[in-house]
Design a protein around this ligand. Structure first.
Ligand SMILES: [Zn+2]
Length: 145
């Protein structure tokens, strides 16, 4: 039995709900070593059996792309929090959640796995993500926190 995990950006305009699909302790915790993630102290999780729901107040999502430009980094327009990263695939939208940015509980005290993806091509990147990332639903709605 797993319970939903909920968090939100600093200002609360974007709320996230993770249906983990397995106990939180078994979900990965990753520290991507790219400059974007390092400078934000991002710690992310994802699992193909999980599902991430992002509830965002209308107009509150700022999408940022860099590097290979195959990923949308979802930032809060209001407070600047890096909430999640998503990619559109043939199987639908998949992504990772920034556990630290959204204050998700259940990961405290864990040592993250450092990840370095610098040498990947766009194709390699999408292939890896299809095995590791999770389905994501983004809805524009005023979050009720
Ligand atoms: Zn915010």
């Amino acid at each position: 039995m797993t319970t939903q995990l909920a968090g939100h950006c600093h200002c609360g305009a974007i709320r996230v709900i993770l249906e983990p699909g397995k106990p939180t302790a078994e979900l990965p915790l990753r520290a991507c070593q790219c400059s974007f993630c390092r400078t934000r102290g991002a710690l992310t999780t994802s699992d193909p059996a999980a599902h991430l729901f992002v509830e965002a107040a209308p107009g509150s999502i700022n999408r940022y792309r860099f590097g290979l430009r195959v990923t949308d980094f979802l930032l809060c327009e209001e407070c600047g929090t890096y909430v999640a990263a998503v990619s559109e695939t043939e199987a639908g939208l998949i992504g990772v959640l920034n556990v630290r940015g959204t204050g998700l509980h259940g990961f405290e005290g864990r040592e993250p796995d450092p990840m370095i993806y610098d040498d990947e091509t766009a194709d390699q990147r999408l292939a890896r993500r299809q095995h590791r990332w999770m389905p994501v639903s983004v809805v524009e709605v005023q979050p009720s926190i």
